[in-house]
Design a protein around this ligand. Structure first.
Ligand SMILES: [Mg+2]
Length: 276
């Protein structure tokens, strides 16, 4: 099977690993499953995740991590007309992904604005200030394309929920008085499509494992893939039970032991033996 696995709220919450999940994925990889990671988190460069996941004991290689930051970079590289200068209203990892595809990046500062950015890319921004928001707003109002890496309202940390990129996007959307021109992360299928195609598979063959009903599971349903909703992150059992029929996952797992059983069940299910 090809497993497309979310990170925050599935493998860890902040710096705290979710017990046993990395080991379940390692067992699946040893049994021949292909394990790829797809995260809406836009703050870090892919290479940083490879190290972190390996440290957790999860099966990972240099080509197995897909983030909304690298997906945004790939989408913008193909922009027509080509972009000259991109203002990054987000973290350094996002700026690095954009530079990796040859884009020139500027920060959301007065100097950045003076460079005449033709796009503003928004991700989670832990350096968020009124000043940075003001400059980003001015760039969008001056005609720059407004690109959101994702709209996650919150993400789980070891100490509870924290505001996600969606909170920053909403602030800019309100101030600029227009919605983003492009939203890249889940529930858009872009990340899953890039991950599946990178290994020559079709996205609908995937089993999606995620903690976000409105992101991971919505994106899985959109591409026709089966899914396991983990209750280890942002979605509670009550939330899961209240989902409408077209928003439900294939299976729900409360912890690593239930995930192991769910994957075993999907592997022997009617389409579990699907081959490339
Ligand atoms: Mg998550």
């Amino acid at each position: 099977m090809m497993l497309l696995v979310d990170l925050d709220g599935v493998l860890y919450r902040g710096r705290q690993p979710v017990p046993g999940v990395a080991a379940v994925l390692a067992e699946r990889a040893a049994a021949g499953d292909l394990v790829l990671y797809c995260t809406n988190n836009s703050s870090r460069h892919r290479s940083e995740y490879v190290e972190q996941l390996a440290g957790l004991g999860a099966p990972v290689g240099p080509g197995s991590v897909f983030t909304s930051a690298c997906a945004t970079a790939l989408a913008l590289r193909a922009a027509d007309p080509p972009l000259r200068v991109v203002m990054v209203f987000g973290a350094e990892g996002l700026a690095r992904e954009l530079r990796d595809v040859g884009l020139r990046t500027v920060p959301p500062t007065a100097r950045g604005l003076a460079a005449g950015p033709d796009a503003v890319v928004v991700g989670i921004d832990r350096r968020l200030t009124y000043q940075r928001l003001t400059v980003a707003m001015q760039a969008v109002r001056a005609g720059a394309r407004f690109v959101a890496t994702n709209r996650d309202p919150v993400f789980p940390t070891a100490d509870g929920l924290a505001p996600g990129a969606g909170a920053v996007v909403a602030a800019l959307e309100t101030a600029a008085q227009r919605p983003p021109d492009l939203v890249v992360g889940k529930p858009s299928p872009i990340l899953f499509e890039q991950a599946a195609r990178s290994v020559g598979r079709e996205p609908q063959e995937a089993i999606v494992i995620g903690d976000g009903a409105l992101t991971d599971i919505a994106a899985a349903n959109r591409i026709g893939a089966r899914s396991v909703l983990m209750l280890t992150g942002v979605t509670s059992r009550a939330d899961a039970e209240a989902l409408p029929p077209d928003g439900r996952p294939t299976l729900v797992a409360a912890d690593a032991a239930e995930l192991r059983r769910a994957l075993a069940q999907l592997a022997t299910g009617p389409s579990g033996g699907r081959t490339p």
